[in-house]
Every structure is written in C-alpha cells, then in structure tokens.
Write a protein that binds this ligand. Structure first.
Ligand SMILES: Cc1cc2nc3c(=O)[nH]c(=O)nc-3n(C[C@H](O)[C@H](O)[C@H](O)COP(=O)(O)OP(=O)(O)OC[C@H]3O[C@@H](n4cnc5c(N)ncnc54)[C@H](O)[C@@H]3O)c2cc1C
Length: 512
C-alpha cells in the first residue's frame, strides 16, 4: 500500500463513493479506506432530490438506478382523527435541474450501484476491513494510518484527504473539529417492509403519510419500488432498546394491517434523529464531507443529498488543486459555502420535526387547528421545499451568485438530451440569443479551466427543448451566466462585455 494516490477518502459510504467516482471521472486516482467488509445494510435514506439525480447522471448512473427508483405520488399529513392537515401532489413534479423533483429508493441498493461503479473504475482502489486511526500531513501530502482486520498496520499516501467517515468521524476528531448541536433530537424506530410473494400491502404505493398523532407520530412512505417504510416515534418513557426488536416492529405494524402473513420485515433499526454541524470542515489538505460534517434529521429527506453536494463541491475544487490551482480562496470556500447551505437544510428539517414530533395532545390540537386554517387560507405547507443559497465563497456577492442554476433538455449538434449529456459540464458560460463573445484572453482562461461557452438558440449553439434556460435567465434578469461545475451560479450579467467580465472575475477569484 505504498502507492501515492491523488486523493484518499476515509469511509466507503455513499458520500465517499460519490466523491471517489467524481474525482476518478476527472482523471484522478483515489484510494478509499473502509472498516466494514460489506455495505451498511440497515434502513436509512429513502428520498433524494433533483440535484442528486443530476450528480448521479454526471456519473453515468441514471440507467443503472432507473429500476431502483420511483417518483413520489401524494404526500399527506393527517392528524389522529384522520383529518387532512395538508397535501402535496408530487406527481410529475419537475425541478430546476431538469430531473424529477424527488426520487424514492432504498439506500443499500443505491450504495451497491455506487460501490460496483467504484470497484470497476481503474482509478479507484477500495481497501475494505481497514480501520483508520489518524493521519499526518505536510506541505506535500497526507499519510493515513490504520489497521487491517488481521491487525497489520496500514499506511496510505495521498495529496489530499476527504473524511467521509460518518457521524462519528475519526478524521473530524483528528482535525480538532466537533459537532455543534443545532437543538433537536428525537428517537424513532425505522422499519422497511416487503410484501410477501403474491400478497399486497394495504396502502397504495403512491401515498406517503405523515401521521401527526400525539399518541404515536408515524411516517409511512415508499422505500423505492416494491418496498414500504414505516417510522414510529418513541414515546416518553420508551427507550431505543425497548423499541429495537422485530416483535415490537410487528406490534406497531399490526394496526396498519401489516403482519407476517402479508409482509416480510426486511430491516429495522432505531435512531436518534438530530441536527448538528461540524465547526471545522477543513484543515490544510484534509476535508470533511457527508455525515462527518453535518447531521440532518430525516424529515426533509436531505442528509444524504447534502453529502452528495459536498462530494461535488470537493471534486471540482480538488481537480483544480491537483492541476496546480490550490489557491487559499478556492480551498477555504468549501466550508464557507457548504456549511451555510447544509445548515439551511438542517434548520428546515428541524422545523418540520418540531411540527411532526408533538407528543402533547393539547399542543397537537393547537397545531392541527393552525394547519387546517392555513390550508383553508391556501397558504404554503411547511415542507414546500427550499433552494438555499451557498454561503459566501467563490461566486459574485450579488443577487445571482451562489444560487442553483437551471438544467434542461437541448439539441446540440444533432444530439438531443439533457444539457449535461449532450453539451457537457464543468464551467459553463451560457448566453441567450448570441454565442458568448469572448476575448482571446478570456477564451484561453475558460479553456484552461476546461470550461465551455454556449449560445442558446444560435446557429452554432444549443436549441432548448423545454425552455428551462430561458425561463431561468428571465428569472435572473440576465442574458449571460457563468455556471460552476457544481451547477451553482458564479455570476450572471447582461449587455456587451458580460461574458468577458464574468470570466475575468472568476479568474480574479481563483487567483486570491
Ligand atoms: C432513518 C434515516 C433516514 C434517512 N433518510 C434520508 C433521506 O430520505 N434522504 C437523505 O438525503 N438522507 C437521509 N438520511 C441520511 C443519510 O442516510 C446519511 O446522510 C448518509 O448515509 C450519510 O452518508 P455518509 O457516506 O456521509 O456516511 P455513512 O453512510 O455513515 O458512511 C461512513 C462510512 O465510513 C466508515 N468509517 C467510519 N469510521 C471509519 C474509520 N475510522 N475507518 C474506516 N472506515 C470508517 C463507516 O463504516 C461507513 O461505511 C437518513 C438517515 C437515517 C438514519
């Protein structure tokens, strides 16, 4: 194990695997260390959003995951009297990214796809059965140390290290970071159920329910095609241990018409849902990503999504660093941008949790009355979704910088498909009505970053098939936008010279 890799990653969970695949796609060698020999089998994420769908598409995995995902149907919140508190219709819901708004899936199945892709990649080496204990770093690189299952000492050399090693991250501890509690905890039993062959489960697969019953707050959702998930909140006096058994899961499933006759208990586990964020995300050549950096209660289905965004945010930065641009601004902006963004989702999930996890009947009645009144008044429901902005960093500090950019279907040189597939990705300078006019200097700067410049609706440019980019540029009130490799906006401008100005401002940011 003396070979030196471009990037070392501790943790072969979904975030470590995604970071590895994104870096390998850009031509960098990656070694992953993982203490477990197998993929983590217990129930965890069941929903990912359009940004994650776009990242998986970037990795060429859209077809591989297609049989494993379902689009959500109707999401209802009901109280203990079965009264509707609000309803969200997700059927056919589109998104800014050009993919469905949300996808339902089973995390171990997604991890299996990511794991297979990583195993098959010539630039990725996975060292399973290695328990990492620490690292050292100097100006030149990082050495990760640990022990293999037979007790042998292991050391791996790399230029950069990503700690994607989950909630109890040893890398976070080693950089002196701590998780800052954001003020929410709740204990829940999580149960995944499959119908017995020939049997069907009582609830329609398309229906997702949040049962706001103070006697037992309960969530019922699809866990991807053919699978259903129940989540039961622990009541006062109930311990996680007392909930964590198959018998207890069957007891709680029985009122739902689910039992051993018609169902197989695939997995169950108890969790303390909490909101927390690391105070330090980077030290020198070492970064944190995924649950190592942030913990999100699952009520918004966003913890893993945040980890995917971390992976992409790191991949393009480390790509630039490995190609000779490791400017302090580039590296520091990872934490300043991602921390604010992840925290916005954590607070959103906490707000949902505070509404869902009410055990006091009087408080529940008050909540119900408020929600019913809001519904009658046509007000937006509490989980209608947010699109947070990145924190300060490598983007212009105006109305557009750090917001999520659009993605959509185009025709380009005779090929039709999502922009990322038929035109490309990376730094993308996009202008409507005319091909971006760049000076030779700006064209060379953009080319040096591997960027592309594309006109919309021009003879040599891309033709929109769904109008996504025009709608988005209209919303921005701009004609030209520079999009970063993580699909967030560097800046947007109008008028002559807009393209040159954006490229030269990007170059100034990268030189800091
Ligand atoms: C019940 C539940 C429901 C959820 N629902 C959703 C949802 O619907 N949508 C969503 O986006 N998110 C959801 N999440 C969150 C999501 O599951 C996590 O955010 C995600 O699994 C984090 O991935 P990760 O790769 O960062 O960490 P992990 O999956 O925890 O992987 C970390 C890996 O690092 C390894 N490791 C740790 N320490 C070491 C060491 N010292 N040496 C070697 N290896 C080490 C571990 O063995 C592990 O394999 C949910 C979570 C739970 C619990």
């Amino acid at each position: 194990m003396s070979q030196r890799h471009d990037v070392l990653i501790n943790g072969c969970g979904p975030v470590g695997l995604t970071a590895a695949l994104l870096l390998a796609r850009l031509g960098h060698s990656v070694a992953i260390t993982e203490r477990h020999h197998e993929i983590y089998p217990l129930p965890r994420a069941i929903a990912f959003d359009h940004e994650v769908a776009r990242i998986l598409n970037l990795l060429g995995l859209t077809d591989a995951i297609a049989p494993l995902v379902a689009e959500p149907g109707i999401y209802q919140w009901r109280n203990q009297h079965n009264e509707l508190l609000f309803e969200l219709d997700w059927v056919g819901a589109a998104s800014l990214s050009g993919f469905a708004a949300s996808y339902l899936f089973s995390q171990p199945q997604l991890e299996a796809v990511l794991n297979r892709a990583a195993q098959d990649h010539r630039l990725i080496t996975i060292h399973r059965g290695v328990d990492v204990t620490g690292f050292t770093q100097n100006d030149d690189g990082v050495v990760v140390t640990g022990r293999s299952a037979d007790g042998a000492a292991v050391s791996l050399h790399g230029r950069w290290l990503i700690g994607a090693d989950g909630a109890n991250s040893v890398i976070r501890q080693a950089i002196g970071g701590t998780l800052v509690d954001l003020g929410f905890t709740a204990d829940w039993l999580v149960v995944d159920v499959l119908p017995r062959p020939g049997a069907s489960l009582p609830l329609d697969d398309d229906l997702m329910l949040q049962v706001c019953d103070p006697a037992r707050p309960t969530t019922v959702v699809s866990g991807g095609p053919g699978r259903r998930r129940w989540e039961f909140m622990a009541l006062a006096g109930e311990t996680l241990d007392s909930l964590n058994s198959a018998d207890r899961a069957w007891d709680l499933l029985a009122p739902w018409g689910v039992g051993p006759d018609n169902a197989v208990l695939e997995r169950h586990a108890v969790y303390t849902f909490r909101g927390a964020i690391a105070d330090i995300w980077r030290q020198g050549r070492v970064f944190l990503a995924g649950d190592a950096a942030h913990l999100t209660p699952p009520f918004a289905g966003q913890g893993l999504c945040a980890g995917f965004r971390d992976a992409l945010a790191l991949a393009w930065r480390l790509d630039l660093a490995l190609r000779g641009n490791a400017s302090p601004a580039l590296l520091d902006s990872y934490q300043s941008e991602r921390k604010d963004h992840a925290q916005a989702w954590i607070f959103n999930a906490i707000e949902l949790g505070k509404v869902i996890c009410v055990l006091d009947p009087a408080a529940a009645a008050q909540r119900d009355a408020g929600m019913k009144a809001a519904r009658e008044a046509g007000l937006a429901p509490p989980s209608s979704g947010i699109l947070p902005r990145l924190g300060p960093g490598l983007h212009l500090a105006d109305d557009h910088g750090g917001t999520l950019a659009a993605g959509g279907a185009v025709t380009w040189r005779g090929a039709q498909g999502h922009f990322d597939d038929v035109v490309g990705s990376g730094f993308v300078l996009i202008a409507r009505g005319a091909d971006p006019q760049l000076s030779p200097q700006s064209a060379a700067l953009l080319a040096d970053l591997g960027g592309i410049a594309v006109g919309l609706g021009t003879a040599t440019g891309a033709d929109e098939r769904d109008g996504a980019y025009t709608r988005w540029l209209d919303d921005l009130g701009a004609d030209t936008a520079l999009i970063r490799p993580d699909f967030y906006v560097f800046g947007a401008r109008s008028g002559p010279g807009a393209a040159d100005a954006l490229v030269s401002e990007l170059a100034s940011f990268l030189a800091q």
